[in-house]
Design a protein around this ligand. Structure first.
Ligand SMILES: [Zn+2]
Length: 121
């Protein structure tokens, strides 16, 4: 697969479905992620962006996962200070779904009336 730069800080390889099917993220997700990266001023390591249905099942994603719509991203994070910064900035930038795990943060662009912030076990 090509590794095309699709915004200032991200390439398609980082955000496309990890199975290699070529499914890509929504442009709005990319715009907000780039804004988050700029606001933070530090690298963001994306572990999962867009997912096709097959790959979503393989990684145990929810059947209605926002990753399927290309509207969600998981960002690697093991540090409490960085976690705090990312969550606060993501909220400012309009991410309405925020999931917090020990090793990553899930951010998605679900509608505001479906806004949720949750913890992964
Ligand atoms: Zn795929």
């Amino acid at each position: 697969m090509a590794n095309k730069i699709i915004s200032t800080h991200f390439s398609d390889r980082e955000l496309d479905c990890n199975c290699g099917c070529g499914k890509t993220v929504d442009p709005e997700l990319l715009t907000r992620l780039e804004a988050l990266r700029r606001m933070l001023g530090k690298p963001l390591i994306v572990t999962s962006g867009a997912r096709c249905a097959t790959h979503n099942r393989k990684v145990g994603g929810k059947p209605a996962s926002w990753h399927l719509k290309g509207l969600a991203v998981d960002i690697s994070c093991n540090d409490s200070k960085l976690r705090c910064e990312i969550i606060q900035m993501a909220a400012l930038l309009g991410f309405k779904g925020i999931g917090i795990a020990k090793t990553f943060i899930h951010l998605d662009l679900r509608p505001a009336d479906q806004g949720r912030c949750w913890l992964y076990n």
